[in-house]
Design a protein around this ligand. Structure first.
Ligand code: HEC
Length: 181
């Protein structure tokens, strides 16, 4: 459209006069200020009041979502620990088969709440990475994601509650033995 306009304009004003300046149609460039993303709505549930079967089902469903997406603002666990929970040899430790590390709910939640750094041995393999603390997640979300880990990848380590996560938040960060020198 605008091309036609301009061409006609030129033909019509071939003479000496300065051609009328076609109205400049500047594309409006909107520099959108990116507002900080509002925190995603966090589903409110009363896990303690739910019948056990419903609660476990909720924990598994929500836990898988957090594992795969990072929930309301955390990192997706699957990126590092992998969809099969087996981690990546030498880089990210496995969650599959880690009953000693994850058997206790408060300890397990502690790794998520506080993160983990430094040399460790898991299944006889050394790791020296950093797991960023995921304490932005809610107690419900962390209870869910650890319950999911404890009952996926061949694990059957039972379920955890938001109160375990609350305890982990106020407890010292758990550690894993460093490799023997
Ligand atoms: C950026 C990569 C990364 C992400 C994302 C991540 N982790 Fe980790 N995680 C690690 C690393 C690395 C370690 C070991 C740290 C070390 O070497 O000291 C670890 C250790 C752990 C451990 C203890 C060791 C074991 O094998 O059991 C648990 C449990 C764990 N992560 C759970 C989670 C959960 C749950 C999430 C998601 C909420 C998550 N991680 C997200 C990298 C990650």
């Amino acid at each position: 459209m605008s091309m036609v306009f301009v061409v006609l304009g030129l033909i019509a004003c071939g003479g000496g006069e300065a051609p009328p300046v076609a109205p400049e149609v500047k594309p409006e460039i909107k520099v959108e200020e990116k507002a900080p993303e509002p925190p995603k709505a966090v589903e409110k549930v009363d896990l303690a009041a739910m019948p056990e079967a419903d609660r476990n089902a909720w924990l598994m469903k929500k836990g898988q979502e957090v594992y795969e997406t990072g929930g309301s603002g955390g990192l997706a666990c699957t990126t590092c620990h992998q969809p099969d929970g087996k981690g990546l040899a030498g880089t990210f430790p496995p969650l599959a088969g880690q009953k000693d590390l994850m058997g206790d709910c408060v300890r397990h939640a502690g790794f998520v709440v506080h993160g983990l750094m430094g040399e460790i041995v898991v299944d006889g393999a050394k790791y020296n990475g950093a797991m960023p603390a995921q304490n932005v997640l809610t107690d419900d979300e962390i209870a869910a994601v650890i319950s999911f880990e404890r009952n996926s990848f061949g694990n059957t380590f039972g379920y955890c509650m938001p109160s375990d996560v609350a305890t982990a938040r106020t407890s010292p960060a758990p550690t894993i033995a460093a490799p023997a020198p």
